[in-house]
Design a protein around this ligand. Structure first.
Ligand code: PEP
Length: 254
């Protein structure tokens, strides 16, 4: 089944006190109204994973995720956080391949593939991000660019593994810019990704794949985006740092 998912990406924002406050505000609302068919995932900075996870324990359909994970199993990798460590905190989701990591930390498709394998081996669901720079869209090469990203990483997973990932399409030029992709462009790309996965792995995989859109989603544009036939939810950056905006976005999905 295609799960409806709204995932928050807090990035490197908020200290411990502010993180707890934001979570408290979100949970306060969810205690009153909580759509049980929508997965709500808070992807928070590593130091706060445990605390926020404990705060969310027992609240229906709210989960905590990491924003990254090491490609290595364990050992002398100073500063890295392994999938086993995440697993030991009962973390169920982790973002991988975000464009900020691809660009600033030079993460390659191969590295992202290794990270996904590590996560899946520990029953943690990767939220795999892909998306084109504006130059590729201008050349009308955006679909080929994104499908190539998926081919180089996701398509090296086994069929059983692909069933355990979520894909987030995030056009790079839309992230944090306030420029949202046109609705028809979002649907076009989501349709193309789902079709690509169907041709490679069959409809049993593609029809159960949750495909999220990310890029300047806000309470005003969320509903129209989430109503698109191949969109199953969103990965939300800036707007997830404000409790009311995040809640309004959660409420925009049916
Ligand atoms: C993101 O960073 O994944 C993102 C979608 O950010 P924003 O919503 O701020 O564009």
């Amino acid at each position: 089944m295609r799960n409806k998912i709204i995932a928050a990406n807090w990035k490197m924002n908020k200290d411990e006190y502010e993180s707890k406050n934001l979570t408290y505000e979100i949970l306060k609302y969810l205690n009153k109204t909580n759509n049980p068919s929508v997965y709500k995932i808070l992807c928070v900075p590593f130091p706060f994973l445990n605390k926020i996870h404990n705060m969310c324990a027992g609240v229906n359909m709210i989960f905590v995720g990491a924003q990254n994970c090491s490609a290595f199993e364990n050992g002398a990798y100073t500063g890295e956080v392994s999938s086993a460590m995440l697993k030991s905190l009962s973390i169920l989701y982790a973002i991988v391949g975000h464009s900020e990591r691809r660009i600033m930390f030079k993460e390659s498709d191969d590295l992202i593939l290794e990270k996904m394998k590590r996560l899946i081996s520990k029953q943690i669901i990767p939220i795999y991000c892909c998306g084109e720079p504006f130059s590729e869209r201008k050349k009308k090469n955006h679909i080929r660019y994104v499908l190539n990203q998926i081919e180089q990483s996701v398509c090296n997973l086994k069929k059983e593994e692909i069933k355990k990932i979520v894909i987030a399409y995030e056009p790079i030029w839309s992230i944090g810019t306030g420029i949202t992709a046109e609705l028809e462009d979002v649907q076009e790309m989501h349709f193309a990704i789902r079709k690509f996965i169907r041709l490679k792995y069959g409809s049993s995989v593609s029809k159960n794949l949750s495909l999220l859109y990310g890029g300047s989603v806000n309470p005003l544009n969320a509903k129209q985006i989430f109503d698109l036939p191949d969109v199953d939810g969103g990965l939300i950056g800036g707007a997830s740092l404000k409790s009311q905006d995040f809640i309004d976005i959660v409420n925009s999905i049916n």
